[in-house]
Write a protein that binds this ligand. Structure first.
Ligand code: ADP
Ligand code: MG
Length: 472
């Protein structure tokens, strides 16, 4: 049995892959806490053994996660033939060697969305699983996304073709960029037997690069990316966080583009607004096809909602669909949230009771958020924050690093991002700062809210005085 660093790395990668396939935040954090109960892993030629500190945990985790972890391990580069064992390791608690063994392999099947058969094993590249629901068939076309959709289909017809490489899709959050990007991946995998499609977020790319640098494995990192046919890199705005990683990505990009491999990128802003990104990269991005996705029109919203209800096994009354389309306009993810709430309410409400009044109450939070997006602007937020903290606008906009200015400044940035539909670029302009400073400010408030209840209270208080709420 071996437990060297490679095995631990493989295990960490498999966990990251599995966790990234869970879209529900609550389920994700529950799974994370379950996986934290694993104390160590070992491997040999035929098996991968996962140790826990109690018999019950071994049994529970085996029942729950055996299949999923097996496929994630394969995706992470593990041997697809491995049998997975969950063992209770007594030596952890009692210092003895005895182990209880639970074998879950007979039941193991690889779920199709995590299947690794399309990625040749030797040319493994870490890839996050594609969501099998994100297909062209499930994507509703409308004037707000028609060009982006056409370009995505063009890529599928002719991957790597001049003029479409890279394809750069940008637009606000929840408007379908990831869906469209994964639809390209899903369709290519369906059409071409052995195509190696690599999907990952720029954040994952960045983390992996940092790991490679720390472990002196940059060559291996580079080598991996030479073997793929299609690179789908989601949310490239995150590359702005790492200067060195941008250079690395520039090289990867050139290698792939030079070999006529298709590259697809998404971002929340247009390439020219990725202000912290290296100029060379921006001009590469602009050298292919750039398409924007905008907020959907009323008709498209209706069509999207109808499409989403098809896959639900409950029929959603038309009055609810129309109500959502009329009241929730900013992004599709919020529309889906509203649809979910209506679906749940149908379990304890008869159809006749679903009136506009009922729906206004049921969807109050979402509608308030929507109205806040419409009504509030960055200046209002800044004015409110300076009043609350008793500082001047100059101090708020200054670069002074004193805490008494930094916190209000970052909170104002955070609220501007969460409660207006303004892009990062516009927020950066309003605060006379760079895109990266704004991102840093938002992240730091997010982190402090989690750890410092005083900051959380201050933010909540500000939000409620502004008549806003933040939906997570
Ligand atoms: P983004 O990556 O732009 O933030 P996503 O691709 O994650 O947005 O989309 C958010 C949700 O909205 C997904 O569930 C997606 O399926 C859905 N969605 C967005 N646009 C459309 C569309 N045109 N047709 C069907 N579903 C859509
Ligand atoms: Mg996305």
């Amino acid at each position: 049995m071996t437990t060297d660093q490679t095995v631990t790395e493989l295990w960490n990668r498999a966990k990251a892959i599995y966790l990234s396939s869970i879209f529900d935040e609550e389920e994700k954090s529950l799974t994370e806490s379950y996986l934290d109960m694993i104390s160590s892993v070992e491997t040999d030629k035929d098996s991968f053994v996962i140790y826990t500190a109690s018999k019950l945990t071994a049994e529970l985790l085996g029942e729950k996660y055996s299949d999923k972890l097996k496929s994630s391990l394969t995706l992470a580069g593990g041997n697809p033939e491995w049998k997975i064992y969950f063992r209770y390791d007594e030596k952890i608690s009692k210092g003895s060697k005895k182990t209880a063994n639970f074998d879950f392999n007979k039941k193991t099947t690889v779920p199709s969305n995590l299947s690794s058969k399309k990625v040749p094993q030797n040319s493994f590249v870490s890839t996050l699983p594609l969501n099998e629901m994100y297909t062209f068939d499930e994507f509703v076309e409308g004037p707000s996304n028609g060009w982006a959709l056409a370009a995505a289909k063009g890529v599928v017809e002719n991957p790597g073709a001049m003029g479409y490489n890279p394809l750069f899709i940008h637009g606000g959050t929840g408007l379908g960029k990831t869906h469209l990007m994964q639809a390209i991946g899903n369709e290519l995998v369906k059409r071409h037997q052995n195509i190696a499609v690599c999907y990952l977020t720029a954040e994952t790319f960045l983390n992996e690069y940092v790991n490679a640098v720390q472990n002196a494995k940059v060559n291996g990192f580079r080598e991996k990316y030479r073997n793929i046919d299609v690179l789908l890199l989601d949310d490239v705005q995150f590359l702005q966080k790492g200067k060195q990683c941008q250079d690395e990505f520039f090289n990867t990009f050139n290698t792939l583009a030079g070999a006529r491999k298709q590259i697809v990128l998404t971002s929340d802003v247009a390439p020219k607004n990725l202000t912290v990104l290296n100029e060379r990269l921006i001009s590469r991005f602009e050298g292919g096809m750039v398409q924007e996705i905008e907020s959907p029109t009323y008709e498209t919203r209706l069509a999207i909602l109808r499409k989403k209800t098809e896959s639900m096994n409950v029929s959603i009354p038309d009055i609810a669909i129309k109500f959502i389309a009329e009241n929730i306009k900013s992004h599709v993810r919020a529309m889906e949230g509203a649809l979910g709430k209506v679906k749940v309410s149908l379990a304890f409400t008869s159809e006749e009771m679903i009136t506009n009044e009922f729906l206004s109450k049921l969807l109050k939070d979402l509608i308030e958020k929507e109205q806040a997006i419409k009504n509030i602007n960055i200046e209002d937020i800044q004015d409110f924050v300076i009043k609350k903290y008793g500082i001047t606008k100059e101090q708020l906009l200054s670069t002074e690093r004193t805490q008494i200015y930094v916190l209000p400044r970052q909170i104002a940035m955070y609220i501007a991002r969460k409660c207006t539909s303004k892009s990062l670029q516009e927020i950066a302009k309003a605060f006379e700062k760079t895109h990266a400073t704004i991102l840093h400010g938002i992240k730091s408030v997010e982190a402090r809210i989690k750890t410092d209840h005083k900051v959380k209270e201050e933010v909540d208080e500000l939000l409620s005085s502004l008549g806003l709420s933040i939906l997570q």
